[in-house]
Design a protein around this ligand. Structure first.
Ligand code: VAH
Length: 324
């Protein structure tokens, strides 16, 4: 399988989303553009560049065709509906998140492709220790997104044990990125704040100011996925999925840190009970010692480094309303 992965191509599903927008360029930089095929259910070729294919990851025949046609050696399966969308459309979220996962796992089983599937801190529920949630602990999420993430973790471990498939995953925290707008996530506020602040406007936050959630800057999240997939398989005691963390932050703390760089930035709070309930069901932080011990995980961006780079990157693109 190792040889197959080195010789094969890299397939990314859901590449047009928040993670894919930065993972695809990073993979092309590392392995060569022509070896990294970006796919998405919508045509994102303009944003992601070639090679690109439109692919509905829930269509198992189409997934099989792409795997066979492209000699896939490694797949990063990102296609999914996030927590807020999943609560609004739970049946669709089940169909997309798990239907696409089974289609990809089956194609990967037949081709021997190594398989990366992101999980989330949403895979934990109210019964999980809320601070420093352990790697191995109770997982009874109360959201459909969380249900699909736990089921996904169990399916990936099953395909490894039963079929010898090289499946690996990460329980991502909230992700902050300047490249792609997030969509449908409970943690989207952490990206929206930057755009609103740079437009010179005041932000209305839908979570309570003291809602603490683990977050990570996207460059760290992308590097973690690549480092995990390149790790020596013999060093992995866990596979699906590793807790990883960078910093835990509240909306009030994030607003204060942004305000240090964008003077006058202000936030008011209008709590959305539905999104607050999702956030309150998650741990406030996780213990990522297993990832550090088994494959050398170490974040490079803390809160202030994240804010500094986000502002630097976005300032060139986001102008105050009415010009400077
Ligand atoms: C969401 N960004 O908000 C995702 C993530 C931990 C949060 O899974 O749904």
């Amino acid at each position: 399988m190792e040889h197959q992965r080195e010789a094969g191509t890299y397939l990314v599903t859901g590449a047009g989303g928040q993670i894919g927008a930065e993972l695809v360029p990073a993979l092309r930089e590392r392995y060569g553009r022509d070896r990294v095929i970006a796919t998405d259910v919508q045509d994102a070729a303009g944003r992601l560049g070639q090679p690109f294919e439109v692919l509905d990851a829930t269509d198992d025949a189409a997934v099989e065709r792409v795997f066979a046609g492209r000699q896939v050696g490694t797949v990063y399966h990102l296609a999914a509906l996030l927590s807020v969308t999943a609560e609004r459309k739970p049946q669709a979220a089940y169909a997309v998140n798990l239907g696409s996962l089974v289609a990809v796992l089956e194609a990967a089983r037949r081709s021997g492709a190594a398989t990366f599937v992101p999980s989330s801190i949403a895979a934990f529920g109210p019964g999980t220790p809320r601070d420093g949630a352990p790697q191995d602990t109770l997982q009874r999420p109360t959201t459909m997104y969380g249900v699909t993430k736990v089921a996904g973790e169990l399916l990936c471990d099953y395909y490894h044990r039963k079929f010898g498939l090289d499946t690996r995953g990460l329980r991502y925290p909230g992700l902050i990125s300047h490249v792609a707008e997030p969509g449908g996530g409970t943690t989207d506020y952490a990206v929206e704040m930057f755009h609103v602040a740079l437009r010179g406007e005041s932000y209305t936050c839908y979570l309570r100011p003291d809602t603490r959630i683990d977050m990570m800057y996207m460059p760290d999240a992308v590097r973690a996925a690549v480092e995990l997939m390149e790790a020596d398989a013999d060093s992995l005691r866990h596979r699906n999925a590793f807790n990883i963390s960078a910093f835990a932050v509240t909306p009030a703390e994030l607003a204060e840190e942004i305000g240090r760089v964008v003077p006058g930035f202000s936030v008011r709070y209008e709590v959305d009970p539905a999104r607050q309930a999702i956030a309150d069901s998650w741990p406030r932080s996780v213990d990522d010692s297993a990832a550090r011990q088994e494959w050398g995980w170490k974040p490079e961006y803390d809160l202030s480094a994240t804010v500094e780079d986000m502002i630097a990157q976005l300032s060139a693109r986001v102008q105050p309303v009415g010009g400077r």
